[in-house]
Design a protein around this ligand. Structure first.
Ligand SMILES: OC[C@H]1O[C@](O)(CO)[C@@H](O)[C@@H]1O
Length: 566
C-alpha cells in the first residue's frame, strides 16, 4: 500500500531540524528563477518602459517603440546568461564550494539587477539581463545541489521539491506584480518590478554568509575537520559522536571508492565509471523532457493561447493557471518520499499525455470556438498543469540532484541543468513559429494552433518509457547508497527493490583493498521491496537484512545497526 507524508527512521542519530530549515531557506533561490523568467513580458508592455526605450522604430499603427530585434535581444540574453551560468556553476562550485559560489552568483545577479534599474539605453539593459541570467543559471544548479548534499535522506526529495515550489511562487509573483504595476503612472514605474528582484537576492546572500558549507563538498576537498564541524552543526552532535564519525567515514570511503573506479573529468561524466554515462544521460534526458512537456508554452504564451481559444478573460485564466501550478506542487512535495520518484514521474506523464491529447483532438475536431469548447480547453489545461506541477516540475530537480556520485556531481548537474535551459530557450523562441502565422511577420511559420498539444503529448508518452527504462528509484536511501545501487542493480525497473546491503565503511573493514576495489563482485539478492510497509514500519533501511548470495557466510549482517547515513 502506498503511504503519504514522511517517516523519520526511529534510530537515526542526532536531529534533522537545522538541515531541514536551512535547506528550506536555500530553496527560496527558486524565487529568482521564477520571477526573472516571468516578469519580462509585463515590463516590456509598460507605458513608462516604452517611453524610455523608444529607439526610432514605429509599428504598423505608427506607435513608436523598440525594434523587434532589440526586444528579442533583451528577452534572449537572460536565457543565454542562464546557460552560461549553469555551465560555469560546476568549476566554481567545485573550486570555491557550493556556498561561496552561490553567494558570488547572487552578487552577480544583484549587479545585473542594478544595471537594469539604472539602464538608460538598450545596451545597458541587455548587459544587466545577461548578468542576472548568469546569476540565475548558477543558482539553478547549486541550490538543488546544496540542498541534496545537506538534507537528511528521509526528507531529501521533499526539500528539493520546495525549490520548484519557489520557482512557481516566483512565476506567480511576477504575474501578480505585472498586473499591479501595468497601469502605474510615473516616468520610472517600470523600474519597480525590475528593482523588486534585488530584495530576495540580498536576503538570500546574507543568509548564506552564516550557513555552513556542505560536509560532502568539504570531504571532496579533503577538509575533514571542517566537514566534521559542518556535520556537527547540522546534526547538533558533538564532533566526537560515533554516529557523526561513522557518517563522515562513509561519505569519505564512498568518495575514495568512486575515485578509484575512474577519474572525474568532463569526459568521464559521459564515458566514465561507475555508469556515469547512463547517469548523465538520465539527468539530461529528464531535464529536456521536463521542458518538452510544453509547460512553458502555457507559462509564456498562455494568455495568447487562451485568447485564440475564445476564452473571455485570458489574463485572469493565465493567472489562475499560475496559481494551480504553484498550489499543485504541494501534493508532489507530500508524496515524493512515500510514492517514490519513478511512480510520481510515470503517473504525472500519463496524466499530462491524456489531457494534451484530448486538448489537441478536440481542437482538430472543432474548428470554431464556442463557450463550451473554451471551458473544456480551460479544464484540460488546468488538469495538465496540475499533473506537471505535482510530478515533473519538482521531481526532475530531485532526481538530478541525487543520481550523480560526489566526484562529478557538480559537473553532471551543471550539464543537465544547462540542457533544461537550452530547451527552455528553444521552446520560448520556437513555439511562436509553430502556432501563429501572424505573430512573426515575414517568417515561414506553421500554424498548428492547439494541435501543438499533439507534440507535447507525444513527448509525455516518450517520457513514460524514458522513466521506466532509465530512472532509478532514489527515495529513502542516502546519496552514497544510491551509488551502490547503480553498481549493483542492472535495470532501472528493478531499482525499487534494491536494499542497501552494507555501508561502504563496512565493505572496507571487511577486506576491500586500499584502493577501494572489491576483491570480487558480490551479487545482491533483490528480495525485499524498499517501499514495503514492513520496511517503513521499522524505519527505512535502518536494519540491514539483505545479504549476498555468494558470501552469506562471510559478510557481517548488522543486526539492530543504527543508520548513521542520513
Ligand atoms: O512551473 C513551471 C516552471 O518550472 C520549470 O519547468 C522549472 O522546473 C520552468 O522552466 C517553468 O517555468
Amino acid at each position: 500500500m502506498v503511504g503519504f507524508g514522511w517517516r523519520k527512521p526511529a534510530n537515526v542519530a542526532g536531529t534533522s531540524a537545522p538541515a531541514i530549515l536551512l535547506s528550506l531557506f536555500v530553496a527560496t533561490g527558486g524565487l529568482l528563477f521564477g520571477y526573472d523568467t516571468g516578469s519580462i513580458n509585463g515590463i516590456l508592455a509598460m507605458e513608462s518602459f516604452k517611453k524610455d526605450f523608444t529607439t526610432g522604430y514605429f509599428d504598423k499603427e505608427g506607435v513608436p517603440g523598440m525594434y523587434p530585434s532589440q526586444v528579442s535581444l533583451i528577452v534572449a540574453m537572460l536565457s543565454a546568461g542562464t546557460m552560461v551560468g549553469a555551465l560555469i556553476s560546476a568549476p566554481i562550485g567545485d573550486l570555491w564550494g557550493r556556498r561561496l559560489s552561490l553567494i558570488a552568483a547572487l552578487g552577480v545577479f544583484c549587479v545585473g539587477a542594478i544595471f537594469q534599474v539604472c539602464a538608460t539605453n538598450v545596451a545597458l539593459l541587455v548587459i544587466g539581463r545577461t548578468l542576472a541570467g548568469i546569476g540565475v543559471g548558477v543558482v539553478s544548479v547549486l541550490v538543488p545541489l546544496y540542498q541534496s548534499e545537506m538534507a537528511p535522506k528521509w526528507v531529501r526529495g521533499t526539500l528539493v521539491c520546495a525549490y520548484q515550489l519557489s520557482i512557481t511562487a516566483g512565476l506567480f509573483a511576477a504575474a501578480g506584480v505585472n498586473i499591479l504595476t501595468h497601469n502605474m503612472k510615473g516616468a520610472a514605474a517600470y523600474r519597480i518590478p525590475i528593482g523588486l528582484q534585488l530584495t530576495w537576492a540580498v536576503v538570500l546572500a546574507l543568509g548564506l554568509l552564516i550557513l555552513p558549507e556542505t560536509p560532502r563538498y568539504l570531504i571532496k576537498r579533503g577538509y575533514k575537520d571542517a566537514a566534521a564541524l559542518s556535520l556537527s552543526r547540522l546534526r547538533r552532535l558533538d564532533i566526537t559522536h560515533p554516529a557523526l564519525i561513522e557518517e563522515l567515514a562513509e561519505i569519505q570511503a564512498n568518495h575514495e571508492y568512486e575515485l578509484a573506479l575512474g577519474p572525474d573529468t568532463y569526459k568521464d561524466i559521459f564515458f566514465g565509471e561507475p555508469h556515469l554515462g547512463r547517469r548523465t544521460l538520465t539527468g539530461c534526458g529528464l531535464q529536456m523532457l521536463q521542458q518538452l512537456t510544453g509547460v512553458n508554452f502555457i507559462m509564456y504564451y498562455g494568455t495568447d493561447f487562451f485568447q485564440k481559444g475564445g476564452v473571455d478573460d485570458p489574463y485572469l485564466i493565465t493567472l489562475i493557471m499560475q496559481i494551480i501550478n504553484m498550489v499543485s506542487t504541494l501534493p508532489g512535495l507530500f508524496v515524493v518520499e512515500s510514492w517514490g520518484r519513478r511512480r510520481l514521474l510515470i503517473v504525472g506523464a500519463a496524466g499530462m499525455a491524456i489531457c494534451q491529447l484530448l486538448i489537441a483532438s478536440f481542437a482538430t475536431a472543432n474548428g470554431s470556438n464556442s463557450e463550451t469548447q473554451s471551458r473544456i480547453l480551460i479544464i484540460f489545461v488546468a488538469i495538465y498543469i496540475f499533473f506537471f506541477a505535482a510530478s515533473w516540475g519538482p521531481v526532475v530537480w530531485v532526481v538530478t540532484s541525487e543520481i550523480y556520485p560526489l566526484k562529478v556531481r557538480a559537473k553532471s548537474m551543471s550539464v543537465s541543468t544547462a540542457s533544461n535551459w537550452l530547451l527552455n530557450f528553444g521552446i520560448a523562441y520556437g513555439t511562436p513559429y509553430m502556432v501563429d502565422t501572424n505573430r512573426i511577420e515575414g517568417s515561414r511559420s506553421i500554424d498548428l494552433g492547439s494541435r501543438i498539444f499533439f507534440l507535447w503529448g507525444a513527448f509525455c508518452i516518450l517520457s513514460i518509457a524514458f522513466v521506466w527504462f532509465m530512472v532509478y528509484e532514489t527515495s529513502k536511501i542516502s546519496l552514497e547508497q544510491i551509488d551502490e545501487m547503480y553498481e549493483r542493480v542492472d535495470h532501472a525497473w528493478n531499482s525499487r527493490r534494491f536494499e542497501p546491503s552494507w555501508s561502504f565503511q563496512q565493505m572496507r573493514d571487511f577486506g576491500f583493498s586500499d584502493s577501494g576495489i572489491p576483491p570480487q563482485e558480490p551479487q545482491l539478492e533483490l528480495q525485499q521491496s524498499r517501499s514495503s510497509e514492513s520496511q517503513s514500519e521499522t524505519g527505512g533501511s535502518s536494519t540491514n537484512t539483505a545479504t549476498t548470495s555468494s558470501q552469506d557466510d562471510k559478510l557481517p549482517i548488522p543486526i539492530g545497526h543504527v543508520d548513521f547515513s542520513y
